[in-house]
Design a protein around this ligand. Structure first.
Ligand SMILES: [Fe+2]
Length: 373
């Protein structure tokens, strides 16, 4: 049996409402548990929590420019793996043309986010077309392949702890953020029927990260009908209607889109910026001590960051306080911007991730110094 320690106590100078009415000359830092859902303390400091002058040792924030990665093979299992832990593998897949085989992931669910390009997705349950800005959630065990109409760049989020589901919308109601009716599912349409036939087809099955190739004398994507609810689903960020609070900067988890036991995927989509004079206009300084935080930048100007371009990815591991970069913080204080047009995908992981070995030039080794004034 266990019981949470839930008393709020106050000491010295503090605000009655987190993230609001921070006294001039002070900076607020949130030290929080359970990925913004748990106990938290907000402390006020005369210095920014990101004011370090030296940083030595293995814990460090990472900035990766995925634009510099070379093209991958047409097989997603051979795309560049960026980071991993026991429950997650994150890949960046740059491909073009049509896959000449099917794949099936027996390790976990694959959540693809298409950063560039468009094409067609064929699977056990039919056909779906997709374009940049789409998420495509593929349940474990689905056989599929892709035909790219334009060169593709996709973030592949593979989660093996359990299946991806949607967050509980709580008091916002079940139609908030997006209506379930906007989720597209595969159809047994003319395109699906046109790709069927009696030709040799290989299926590359991934299990325990090893690949087994099974060959059929026909295309096994030969479904004539189905009923059920274990299906790939497609969601474009343009169909996400952000939860808003004009008077309070909502935590990142208010933007949760998909989650499983150990991975939370959030989407930062365009929205108005808070206008209340006392409300923070940029994310608060924080250490999110139970999670490693990864953000992939898709489009727009990233309102809490300096010098970040689309196609880049940052990893802020648990264990250090971070927050807006200096220029972004200043813009937030002056309330210069009324609207953010950024589109980004955040992947929070309950267990620490390891960055994989990447080609020279992908990682910016100076990122840890990017908060310097
Ligand atoms: Fe963070």
């Amino acid at each position: 049996m266990k019981q949470a320690i839930t008393f709020p106590r106050c000491e010295g100078v503090y605000t009655r409402q987190a993230h609001c009415d921070i006294p001039a000359g002070l900076y607020e830092r949130e030290q929080g548990r359970e990925g913004f859902f748990g106990a938290a303390t907000h402390s006020l400091h005369p210095h920014k929590p990101t004011g370090w002058v030296s940083w030595e040792g293995p814990l460090r924030p990472h900035l990766l420019d995925l634009n510099t990665l070379p093209p991958s093979e047409a097989c997603p299992w051979h795309s560049a793996r960026i980071m991993h832990n026991a429950h997650l593998q994150l890949r960046f897949w740059k491909t073009s043309g049509a896959m000449d085989h099917l794949v099936r992931n027996a390790d976990g669910d694959d959540l693809l986010f298409f950063h560039r390009g468009e094409g067609d997705f064929y699977c056990d349950y039919g056909h779906l077309s997709f374009r940049e800005g789409d998420y495509l959630l593929i349940p474990r065990g689905t056989a599929w392949r892709i035909e790219a109409r334009q060169p593709l760049e996709a973030l592949m989020i593979e989660a093996t702890a359990d299946l991806f589901q949607l967050p509980d919308r709580g008091i916002a109601g079940r139609h908030a953020q997006f209506d379930l009716a906007v989720l597209d599912t595969p159809r047994l349409d003319a395109e699906f029927k046109a790709q069927q036939g009696e030709f040799e087809t290989r299926v590359r099955i991934k299990r325990a990260n090893q690949i087994t190739t099974v060959t059929f004398p026909y295309n096994p994507l030969d479904t004539v009908g189905w009923h059920g609810d274990c299906l790939p689903v497609k969601l474009n960020w343009r169909d996400i209607r952000e939860l808003l609070s004009d008077r309070y900067h909502l935590p990142p988890t208010a933007h949760a889109t998909f989650l499983c036991k150990t991975v939370v995927v959030c989407t930062f989509a365009p929205r108005p910026i808070e206008t209340d004079p006392g409300a923070l206009k940029v994310p608060f300084f924080h250490n999110n001590d139970d999670y490693d935080e990864t953000i992939f930048y898709h489009a727009g100007q990233f309102f809490s960051r300096d010098n970040i371009r689309p196609g880049m990815l940052t990893l802020h591991p648990a264990g250090f306080a971070h927050g807006p970069h200096p220029k972004a913080f200043k813009m937030g204080q002056s309330a210069e911007r009324k609207y953010t047009d950024e589109v980004a995908v955040m992947i929070d992981t309950r267990y620490p991730v390891t960055v994989d070995e990447l080609p020279a030039g992908v990682e910016n080794p100076d990122y840890v110094n990017s908060w310097r004034e």
